[in-house]
Design a protein around this ligand. Sequence first.
Ligand code: ADP
Ligand code: MG
Length: 267
Amino acid sequence: MATTLNKPDATTTAAAPASEPAVRLDGVSKSFGRPGRSQLVLDGISLDVAPGEFVTLLGASGCGKSTLLNLVAGLDAPTSGTITVPGGRPALMFQEHALFPWLSAGKNIELALRLRGVPKAGRRPEAERLLELVRLKGSYGKRVHELSGGMRQRVALARALAQDSRLLLMDEPFAALDAITRDVLHEELTRIWSETGVSVLFVTHNVREAVRLAQRVVLLSSRPGRIARTWEVDIAQPRRIEDAEVSALSLDITEQLRGEIRRHGQH
Ligand SMILES: Nc1ncnc2c1ncn2[C@@H]1O[C@H](COP(=O)(O)OP(=O)(O)O)[C@@H](O)[C@H]1O
Ligand SMILES: [Mg+2]
């Protein structure tokens, strides 16, 4: 099923052929506030994510990254422009795990499976499989408060994967974790991405994280958010955040990002 999120008066397009991107943004702008006193947050964003591609969206805090992801997730509508997600509703993962604390790790995942329409008998084995995929085998019965921050994000990732979407949207999912845990989760995410072939649109303000993970880094400017520059990251996976090539490209991108921030007198 094709989901097209347009201006309120626009219509939904028909299902797209297989060569269609995982998501297409065409001239997307977003303003908040009343007419005449509105704030333009995103301005003319056009971007495709190819099937199976890993794209990071990088920008200073407040530049509109979460706004953009929410638009792609269908939680809000653009003021102008169109967003097309040919594979149907994307899965979304936030910085906060948003797990239900009264449910076990396994039951949190099963809830997503139930919402997807997986029959009752199939839910437990599928939840166990997903827990194994995120390397939490044996944690089915654990409550959220018994899990470390990194383990909670693993469960949140398993729950997002339980939606079986072709597109995974991630909004700074590792920003609250310590550096070592984050490093391990970068490895896991890279592995899961290559094993599942899911397309990923990953938002971060962390330059090294963006370069560590992505095939393509898209830098957003601030006030309003526009695409300032794009880099193809031609470094073999699995990468390490401290690799010389990752560091060199990160330095280059950081310079551009600093320029963006200076230009707008922020931070
Ligand atoms: N629902 C909203 N209503 C009004 N302003 C908003 C809303 N959501 C975000 N904004 C504004 O849009 C700008 C970008 O916010 P956000 O997308 O959260 O940035 P980022 O995720 O890059 O840090 C901020 O100035 C923020 O205050
Ligand atoms: Mg944000």
